[in-house]
Design a protein around this ligand. Structure first.
Ligand SMILES: Cc1cc2nc3c(=O)[nH]c(=O)nc-3n(C[C@H](O)[C@H](O)[C@H](O)COP(=O)(O)OP(=O)(O)OC[C@H]3O[C@@H](n4cnc5c(N)ncnc54)[C@H](O)[C@@H]3O)c2cc1C
Length: 614
């Protein structure tokens, strides 16, 4: 906190402020510099961009690569694939826009030093599946971060951004952001002409399967704290598809990825009695979703659905049959390396549980739900589309600009565009960066003005948990329990329990209904009331407090969206018990929400889905 507890206020002026230096943020920073040679481009990150975000530990595959140079796939093919997997509902304009540029991004990664495996016979990139290519990706993030570091005017690491600032002169225009340094405690005021939010997805809003000392072990990065959603929501940006949470089938207890196993090693699953089970649930699933079950590949949620039904019928656990593939020494090596490059914990779990996949078929399970916009679901902000491709109704300004002027997004932040993954997120960052530069260069009506009153009020609010703790700490009992404040861990556990029990988490087998959701909203509102009593003993705890605040707002959004969509569009991700069937007649649409921070009210509406690709 500095000498004598004093904290500095640091002012930073930027043309473009990028919040979150993960895959999308690095892409945005890199491309902003390309188009805006003379602009001041600042990237702010709560960790250190060298190893931050969901790719921190590395990856074994780049999951979005067309291979257009070899005629492998075309952008339209990817749109069809994503649309199919999302049961018909994607922003085809945004998805196409990413797909047509993603190959050039991957070529840049290779140029910057990322080792991409090649097929020795063809010389092409080694495919893991139709869209995936295999990489030696332990250093993926540092390689990408280096490009962003060289492009940025300055990267501010260790700054947790808590709020966006709005223009004091012009309504609905962004003007910057505030946050604090998680090491020194200094208050940061960023004044910017355009802001790109790329702050990752949301883990730990639903109760995870791993609890107690294992609670840090989640599938999505535990530090993905929903800032990508809360920051735009706070300032009234419209959000879309927030109900579309993702549930992953993964190796049990370590969340080890299964993609390489299915696609490259050609392993398959069976129930606890060694039987094939997916076909058994065909009619049942067809009754819920109709022809969607006949699509190829079978949508991810529907494959989860078969697993859930089989386990509920008492024939679990579901196992991955590895014993056959692992007899081949090459495949055995690939199987282990797959974890070592990105989820070392799974190898450790297997070692600790005496599981050698050559001799024992390991268990799979379904994860707790996560909210994100870049993997196999598409929650996020509602964004304007590309000028040359988006329908008129999807265009109100610059590409990837949200419904707030000057506020852009990319990666997990932007809704409607599933299956972009790491390469697509970086690509979307580039798209947003280019558009933001144009926005700044076109700015003729004066720069946004930041109000001193606004950031000073926020400063007081941001540090209040430290004050609450200082005043209330003498009253604690049992080590951590206080009548005067709530610690972030207590608030987090309360949030996870509400979401789990009322909004369709693991304890209810992903089931919810209108009554439960309405009660969930009441309980979330009570937690929100208590947030002003948050106590933080140090800066680390203060960061946790604001992460909780962001998770809570995102959770409220998820719950409102889930209540609004009166159908079960994605069985296997969640079920509306009161509307168990997919209803294309009424719900072949996007759900949109807008939060009014003055009244605390949410407005919900539908938006049309345009099928641009045949
Ligand atoms: C377990 C797992 C496996 C995956 N496997 C693959 C794979 O095999 N292949 C593939 O291509 N993709 C994979 N992905 C997907 C890929 O990692 C994501 O699509 C991509 O990282 C999303 O990019 P992003 O920039 O939106 O988020 P991130 O890369 O997570 O970046 C978000 C950044 O924002 C920062 N941040 C968050 N909040 C704040 C705040 N308030 N203030 C400042 N900074 C903040 C974070 O620290 C982080 O650096 C996987 C993801 C996970 C979690």
């Amino acid at each position: 906190m500095g000498l004598f507890g004093g904290r500095k206020t640091v002012f930073v002026d930027a043309d473009i402020l990028v919040i979150g230096g993960g895959m999308a943020g690095c892409g945005a920073t890199y491309e902003s510099r390309y188009w805006g040679r003379d602009l001041k481009i600042v990237c702010v990150e709560k960790a250190n961009i060298e190893r931050s975000g969901a790719v921190a530990q590395g990856l074994y595959a780049i999951n979005c690569y067309m291979g257009m140079q070899w005629g492998e796939n075309q952008p339209e093919d990817h749109v069809r694939y994503a649309r199919n997997d999302l049961m018909g509902l994607v922003r085809e304009d945004l998805g196409y826009d990413i797909a047509r540029h993603v190959d050039s991004t991957v070529h840049k990664f290779e140029e910057w030093g990322l080792p991409i495996m090649r097929d020795p016979k063809t010389g092409r990139y080694q495919r893991e599946g139709k869209w995936q290519i295999m990489i030696h990706g332990e250093s993926y993030k540092p390689i990408v971060a280096e490009a962003a570091r060289k492009a940025a005017t300055k990267v501010y690491n260790r700054i947790m951004v808590t709020h966006l600032l709005m223009d004091a002169k012009k309504a609905n225009r962004v003007a910057g952001a505030v946050g604090f340094n998680v090491r020194t405690g200094d208050f940061h005021v960023f004044r910017a002409k355009a802001v790109i939010v790329s702050a990752g997805g949301a883990s730990h809003i639903f109760q995870p399967r791993a609890v107690g000392e294992g609670m840090g072990r989640t599938w999505y990065a535990p530090w993905s704290s929903a800032s990508a959603y809360a920051l735009p929501i706070q300032v009234g940006a419209k959000m879309t598809q927030m109900e579309n949470r993702i549930v992953l089938t993964r190796f049990k207890d370590g969340y080890g990825p299964v993609g390489a196993y299915f696609l490259h090693l050609k392993t398959y699953t069976e129930n606890g009695y060694g039987e094939e089970y997916e076909k058994r649930w065909y009619e049942d699933t067809k009754a819920l979703v109709g022809d969607y079950i006949d699509r190829h590949p079978v949508p991810t949620c529907l494959r989860n659905h078969a697993i859930l039904k089989e386990v509920a019928a008492g024939r679990g656990p579901i196992r991955m049959v590895t014993k056959e593939a692992f007899q081949d020494p090459h495949k055995e090596t690939v199987g282990w390396e797959n974890f070592l490059g990105m989820t070392i914990g799974q190898a450790v779990v297997w070692a600790s549980q005496n599981i050698d996949p050559k001799h024992i078929n390991p268990e799979l399970t379904t994860s707790e739900p996560y909210v994100m916009g870049s993997h196999a679901t598409c929650s996020g902000a509602w964004a304007s589309g590309p000028e040359d491709y988006a329908p008129a109704e999807y265009q109100w300004g610059y590409n990837r600009m949200m419904t707030v002027d000057g506020l852009f997004g990319a990666g997990d932040t932007i809704g409607g565009t599933a299956h972009k993954f790491s390469s697509g997120s970086f690509t979307e960052g580039r798209i947003a960066g280019k558009a933001a530069v144009k926005y700044v260069k076109d700015m003729t009506n004066g720069q946004p003005q930041v109000s001193e009153q606004e950031y000073r009020d926020l400063e007081k609010l941001i540090y209040q948990p430290l004050e609450n703790y200082r005043v209330g700490r003498n009253e604690i009992v049992a080590g951590t329990v206080s009548p005067s404040y709530l610690l972030p861990i207590h608030g987090l556990q309360r949030l996870e329990k509400i979401m789990d029990e009322y909004v369709g988490g693991i304890s209810t087998n992903y089931m919810t209904n209108g009554v439960l959701l309405a009660r969930g909203l009441e309980l979330l509102a009570m937690l929100k009331e208590d947030m002003s009593h948050m106590g933080a003993e140090d800066l680390h705890s203060l960061q946790r407090a604001w992460e909780l605040d962001h998770r809570l707002l995102a959770s409220e959004s998820v719950t409102h969206h889930t209540l609004f969509r009166k159908e079960t569009r994605w069985p296997g991700y969640y079920y509306r018990g009161d509307h168990m069937k997919l209803d294309d007649e009424n719900w072949h649409c996007f759900t949109l929400s807008r939060y009014d921070r003055n009244t605390g009210k949410w407005e919900m509406e539908k938006a049309p889905v345009y099928h641009i690709v045949d």
